[in-house]
Design a protein around this ligand. Sequence first.
Ligand code: BGP
Length: 486
Amino acid sequence: MSGFPKDFYWGGATADFQYEGGFNEGNRGLLSHDYETDGSMEHPRHHTMKLADGTIKNYRSSFFYADQILEDATPVFLDNEYYPSHQAVDFYHHYKEDIKLMADMGFNIYRFSICWSRIYPLGDEEEPNQEGIAFYRDVFEELKKYNIEPMVTICHDEMPMHLALKYNGWSNRHLIDAYVKYAETLFKEFGSYCHYWLTFNEINAVRGFGPCGTRESDGYTRYLADHNMFVASAKTVILGHKYNLENKFGAMYAMSGLYPRTCKPEDMLQSQLARRENWYFIDTMLRGYYHPYAKSIWQHHGFETLEISEEDKKTLYDGQLDFCSFSYYRTNTTQAGDKWFNVGGDNPYLEKTPWGWGVDPLGLRYVLNEIYDRIQKSVFVVENGMGAIDEPDENDYVEDDYRIQYLNDHFKAMRDAITIDGVDCFGYTMWAPIDLVSLSTGEMKKRYGFVYVDMDDKGRGTLKRTPKKSFYWMKHVIETNGNDLE
Ligand code: BGP
């Protein structure tokens, strides 16, 4: 084979609370993220809360970092704060225009997340919200009109607020039933449109109140919550296969590459052991059982063991995922003495984005090989892209040659993994085709899109969409199925 497979999927990916907006429309319930402010590299985002005595307290609870939340703290909206999820970039009212732009680029797949609290506003009521169902039905219809295959993330780092407050989120097994019921509603309502489902987004990275709804941030609570998510995912896979054998399931793993900082044996071993923080999730969900090294992970996080029932073991085995999907943005390095889950680590050989993410196209080939060698199930790159500061001209046009270069180099690495190394990779969805709000910083100026959205960090702007130079470049890539890269 000389290039990408002929039926390769090319598209883009988004998440509801960063993209959709309409937070108080269509009877949508509240999510934990709705209480998360904007931020920046210097000023981390926070959830605004009020204690029983009326004191306002800010908590961090996002990516890789989770504060312990006091028992009497409840989320509150403050007038002097800006909450990016409320409007996001308003896909809720722009979905026809945005999907048309995706179709114009030639997308044959679009990965998006359904907002749990738009379907079940509280998360655990008897009947789903018909207005939410109607909204997503329109989205699916629009995709069908352009022959764009949907790929749905059932839960993208989010938590209906009621489930967090009432049950302490994923630390409670009640969430398993609530989630499976929600997923079943999606199969019933949208099963005729959609066959690719991702049960959880970046499940190896989520923790704490924001994404998992738990007040505690200790290791035991986190891994207990993960276990409950594993069981919920497996039950959903079993059910989804019963609904339709054509249904294919993945989950999503944050798979930044990890290199030892030097070839010193201690650093090599550190890198191998630290990588198990990722394999733990992939192995359990794609092989269907906890590997013996799981115990060492638990101990590393300060507790002896998790009690896993025989019934759960069987569920995990029967509910293995069909393919392995992951996000890849960068590589990190680690050395002896670092924490296992090291998300930094300078690499002197790499250039960095303004947000300090090392740009490493070859690392994508490295990670594709790592995963496929280990799991030997098909893989899908469901997120990759470059967050950059764009400078539009007076017509909002952006000449984003840096983004084109980034994507071109990553596509070549992906092609080589497929054609030279033999990796069965069946698609790629770029993060994020239309500019949207950054997850880690809540900024708008960290832009990824092929399409510029006129909006600033505080949500001001016309929301007008304007294709960038990369839009036309990507259209050509798809037209030529990636066989005319630089
Ligand atoms: C992934 C998330 C996305 C997304 C992306 C880019 O971890 O799944 O939701 O936002 O990272 O990160 P950021 O927005 O922080 O630049």
